[in-house]
Design a protein around this ligand. Structure first.
Ligand SMILES: *[C@@H]1O[C@H](CO)[C@@H](O)[C@H](O)[C@H]1NC(C)=O
Ligand SMILES: *[C@@H]1O[C@H](CO)[C@@H](O)[C@H](O)[C@H]1NC(C)=O
Ligand SMILES: *[C@@H]1O[C@H](CO)[C@@H](O)[C@H](O)[C@H]1NC(C)=O
Ligand SMILES: *[C@@H]1O[C@H](CO)[C@@H](O)[C@H](O)[C@H]1NC(C)=O
Ligand SMILES: *[C@@H]1O[C@H](CO)[C@@H](O)[C@H](O)[C@H]1NC(C)=O
Ligand SMILES: *[C@@H]1O[C@H](CO)[C@@H](O)[C@H](O)[C@H]1NC(C)=O
Ligand SMILES: *[C@@H]1O[C@H](CO)[C@@H](O)[C@H](O)[C@H]1NC(C)=O
Length: 467
């Protein structure tokens, strides 16, 4: 019942049957044609013009919601991996409910979910390999030692795409959350998608639900695009972070809608002495057109694990609704390195506990071996064009005693307060910076520059993401 992967033409036929838009472009009247497939957001779906394709059903997959497809997925991808250097391949997941444990991706490869396809993550722990802790963390986050591998896992890859016409990946996280609350986890919970040590990664046009823990975790990777994801989890579910770029260079996160029990986007780069030693920053990160609902966490968090450094982050067109804070910097003595050159422009918020929050005393160490002299430097943090309504407290800005956070700039920020606001709207300690056109009036440590002094937002672009 296994069949030879079909050629190019059939891939396109399959996709046309799926109702995707094919745009044929005539180049100078010559016969050569460029084929572009657009997803429902109107983005070109890269990685769909693979030379070979196969359906999960060709490898014995059964989409009945009951049969395990772990072996079918791995057999399909193992087979398709032979085409990595011959035009690449695409694995198509047809309509149905596909129960599966973890499987590994390959290079020059696209996993494509039909809009009516749902991957159901197995709740059977034997379907999840246990792998080493991340070197930049030194241990698992839920338990010392190893961690369950992610549902969709890839390492040391080039050119890998996980996409679909808004097909669904359902983490069935409830049993994992229960085990977490009861302290019954032997290893750290799995994530839905983790890609390590890879270049040219795209994760797009999918709905992710009820992850056991984090949803999307690109780590030690470059040229990463995360686009058009809907990520949903109960707002009380533990550690269901949306997207966590971690020690990555050149990442673009755009057009995502996230409801979660933890930070919607959490930018990271390793934990205390392990992150300092691994020394891989997250840099050149763009986050735009993000909508977040996260009543107990941040729309965008920088940290708390930032020990490889975080720099060159640009966030734009950010909407926060019923969230604890907007952009939050979390760090602690022992983290070392820096969070610097952060630029945020255009935030619209409604019903927020706080708008600005920086904390130098976040705590939470992997063990007691962290270096008390590893003081993180927080510098050049810029916010402009902020409108918020129904806010309880404008800002809590708390640097590290003796090591203030510097170069903070806030301009053109209008913060409307709730009926019962905090008496003190700006609580600032150990920080330095400037402000312009901010209401309610900020603390004295943010020196008023007078009206119309906008904070910086660089207009140049990062080296283009190659995809
Ligand atoms: C995998 O690829 C080979 C071609 O190398 C093909 O003959 C075979 O049918 C495919 N499927 C399986 C299950 O091996
Ligand atoms: C997937 O990759 C991980 C890490 O390299 C490995 O431990 C695991 O055994 C692989 N799984 C399969 C099914 O090959
Ligand atoms: C993956 O890449 C990392 C970093 O280059 C390297 O240390 C590791 O050995 C590679 N792993 C595999 C399985 O090739
Ligand atoms: C994708 O599906 C989710 C969940 O059903 C829905 O909320 C979202 O609007 C869909 N996105 C698109 C682009 O159709
Ligand atoms: C202030 O911010 C608002 C909301 O983003 C924007 O519409 C307005 O143009 C900004 N004003 C200036 C002077 O930049
Ligand atoms: C305003 O915020 C409060 C919480 O501080 C909330 O209970 C209330 O529903 C919000 N009002 C509106 C109109 O969203
Ligand atoms: C202001 O912040 C300081 C330092 O974190 C804290 O000790 C103090 O209680 C806060 N004051 C108010 C009124 O929130």
């Amino acid at each position: 019942m296994w069949t030879t992967p079909r050629r190019n033409l059939q891939v396109l036929d399959t996709l046309v049957l799926l109702g995707l838009v094919l745009v044929l472009i005539n180049v100078n009247g010559v016969e050569s044609r460029t084929v572009r497939i657009l997803d429902s957001f109107g983005y070109p779906v890269t990685g769909c013009s693979r030379k070979y394709s196969a359906s999960l059903a060709d490898f014995g997959g059964v989409g009945d919601g009951v049969t395990s497809n772990t072996k079918a997925f791995q057999a399909a991808i193992d087979n398709l991996s032979q085409y990595a250097s011959d035009g690449g391949s695409l694995l198509f997941v047809p309509p149905g409910k596909w129960l599966t444990g973890s499987f590994n991706l390959t290079s020059h490869f696209t996993l494509y979910l039909h809009k009516d396809a749902t991957l159901l993550a197995s709740q059977d722990e034997s379907e999840w390999a246990v792998i080493d802790p991340l070197p930049s963390y030194g241990r698992g986050r839920d338990a010392v030692g190893g961690r369950y591998i992610s549902l969709i896992f890839g390492t040391n890859l080039t050119d890998v795409v996980v996409t679909g016409d808004n097909g669904t990946i359902h983490g069935q996280g409830t049993t994992w959350w229960d085990k977490f609350h009861k302290g019954e986890l032997k290893y750290t919970r799995p994530y839905l998608i983790e890609i390590m040590y890879s270049n040219q990664v795209q994760i797009s046009s999918l709905t992710l639900m009820d992850s056991p823990s984090w949803n999307v975790h690109p780590i030690y990777s470059s040229n990463v695009v995360v686009q058009g994801l809907t990520i949903l989890a109960p707002v009380t579910s533990p550690n269901t972070d949306g997207i966590n770029p971690d020690s990555c260079t050149n990442t673009r996160i755009e057009d995502c809608y996230i409801v979660s029990g933890d930070d919607c986007v959490a930018v990271k780069s390793g934990w205390d002495e392990y992150g300092i030693k691994f020394a891989m920053p997250t840099k050149q990160l763009v986050i735009r057109r993000l909508t977040c609902i996260s009543p107990f966490s941040a729309v965008i968090a920088l940290g708390s694990e930032m020990s490889g450094g975080i720099e060159d982050v640009r966030a734009e067109d950010i909407t926060g609704i019923n969230s604890e804070s907007a952009v939050r910097i979390k760090t602690a003595v022992g983290r070392g390195n820096y969070v610097k050159d952060i630029y945020v422009r255009g935030m619209t918020m409604k019903t927020m506990k706080m708008v600005f929050w920086m904390a130098g005393n976040y705590g939470s160490h992997p063990d007691n071996d962290y270096d008390p002299n590893a003081i993180p430097v927080i510098q050049n943090i810029n916010f402009r064009d902020v409108v918020a309504e129904n806010v309880t407290m404008a800002a809590r800005l708390e640097g590290i005693p003796g090591h203030p956070f510097t170069g903070i700039c806030i301009s053109n920020a209008t913060i409307g307060l709730t009926k019962k606001p905090k008496k003190i709207q700006w609580n600032c300690t150990e920080i330095a910076g400037v402000s312009s056109d901010v209401t309610p009036p900020p603390c004295n440590l943010l020196t008023d520059q007078g009206p119309a002094n906008a904070c910086d937002f660089p207009e140049d672009s990062f080296p283009s993401v190659k995809l």
